[in-house]
Design a protein. Structure first.
Length: 431
């Protein structure tokens, strides 16, 4: 089959990879935040608890000494000026409590309790070391979480990249198959029998695609062989039938027989040409051709009925026989299904064939010409435009079909300015 032009696909940053990377990142951040909060709460609770127990122990000792009439000891005072107001109120109200607050610019664990006369006895314990421990722990959690998230994202992105590369390869092969390259295969090593790696879902999809392509290729090849064999076998009896029709006496019945025999011969030759085009192994006989004179020859050979306008002549490297076949089919289709005037315009490497009929049907504009499909009671088998498109592809040209705004069908043939190159792997075939 003819190999289509390769399309450029994106790298690993496809929709699936991006979503997977975002999901992995969000989950890593959530897990790191949860673990960080749990560690922070646990360590902070333990550190604060130890400082609180120490402060309460010293407060009990200071209270006992104060009630015995002794000095409450170092760090213990009655109504010290730095005691937080809320803790003072709690102590004056007859309860004991603790609080961490800054005193002289340093974090301090306060413990306060009631004494005689509605006053508060408070003990201040230096909390700087514990605060530095908690701050260091928080920084360690942040750094370790960032490193863990980065490492997890990289590993996850690498794993997702491998999967998406395989998916992109499978999608690329599927596009090639849909474009007509039935030789394309994914060839995933995990899909092969006896592979050391277990088959995953991507390998299963690749194996199913390869199997489908092989089955489709077999059926299409069988259909092409059948079409070619039938058309080839019909040529011998048709030749004899044509010779016999030429021996019939003149008359209307003879004209009808000859007309039908000629139509059948044309159909047979068209089927043979389509079968050759389907193989994708046509060879080109390239030469320099001037489009203006060539278009005039095509119109004369078709029996006239069309006007040739040369806006700007051009010399192109092409296969004359195939180009004449394309233009001849376009002119014949315009004369048969359109209305006069039929105009063939040459403007550099662009050749347009336009009629002034009802235009191309909608299915042809959307999907291109289809074999044996016509509409509106039109005569023919729908093979002329199919052959024209196939020959244009062999030439490396682009053939498009549109309808003019003021009515009529317009076929535009854009010839390549480069030398058309045949398939180097194609064996010699019919040209």
């Amino acid at each position: 089959m003819r190999r289509p032009r390769r399309s450029v696909l994106p790298g690993w940053a496809g929709a699936l990879a991006v979503r997977a990377a975002v999901f992995i990142t969000v989950m890593c951040c959530a897990l790191a935040a949860l673990l960080g909060v749990l560690v922070h709460v646990s360590v902070t609770g333990q550190t604060v608890g130890q400082a609180r127990d120490l402060a309460l122990t010293r407060l009990s000792e200071a209270t006992a000494a104060y009630q015995a009439g002794d000095s409450p000891g170092p760090g213990a005072r009655v109504d010290p000026p730095g005691l937080p107001a809320s803790l003072r109120a709690l102590a004056v109200g007859g309860e004991r409590g603790t609080m961490v607050a800054r005193h002289h610019g340093r974090p301090t664990m306060w413990a306060a309790g009631p004494v005689d006369g509605g006053r508060a006895l408070a003990v201040a314990v230096d909390y700087s070391q514990q605060a530095r421990t908690i701050d260091g722990l928080d920084r360690a959690i942040l750094w370790s979480s960032a490193l863990a998230i980065g490492a997890t994202v990289l590993v996850g992105a690498f794993a997702v990249t491998r999967v998406t590369r395989r998916l992109h390869a499978t999608a690329r092969v599927a596009r090639r198959i849909s474009a007509g390259d039935l030789d394309a295969r994914v060839g995933d090593p995990r899909a092969e029998q006896g592979s050391a790696r277990p088959q995953d879902e991507v390998a299963a999809v690749a194996a199913a695609l390869d199997s489908m392509a092989a089955s489709l290729q077999g059926k299409l090849l069988a259909e092409q062989r059948f079409t070619a064999d039938v058309a080839h076998e019909l040529r011998t009896p048709l030749t004899g039938l044509h010779a016999a029709a030429e021996l019939l006496p003149p008359g209307r019945p003879t004209e009808l027989v000859r007309d039908r025999v000629a139509a059948l011969r044309t159909l047979t030759e068209d089927l043979l040409e389509i079968s050759r085009l389907d193989t994708g192994r046509e060879r080109l006989d390239v030469d320099t051709e001037h489009l203006g004179p060539l278009a005039e020859r095509v119109v004369r050979a078709s029996g006239g009925g069309a006007e040739v306008r040369v806006v700007r002549d051009a010399a192109v490297e092409t296969d004359r026989r195939r180009l004449e076949r394309v233009l001849g089919n376009l002119v014949a289709n315009a004369r048969r299904h359109g209305r006069a005037p039929v105009v063939v315009t040459v403007d550099g490497p662009v050749v347009t064939v336009r009629d002034h009929g009802d235009g191309y049907p909608d299915y042809l504009l959307k999907h291109g010409p289809q074999r044996f499909r016509t509409e509106g009671g039109a005569k023919g088998h729908g093979l002329g435009l199919t052959i024209a498109r196939g020959q244009a592809e062999v030439l490396g040209a682009r053939l498009t079909f549109t309808n003019a705004e003021d009515g009529g069908a317009v076929a535009t043939l854009l010839l390549s300015t480069r030398h058309p190159q045949p398939d180097p792997d194609a064996p010699p075939g019919t040209s």
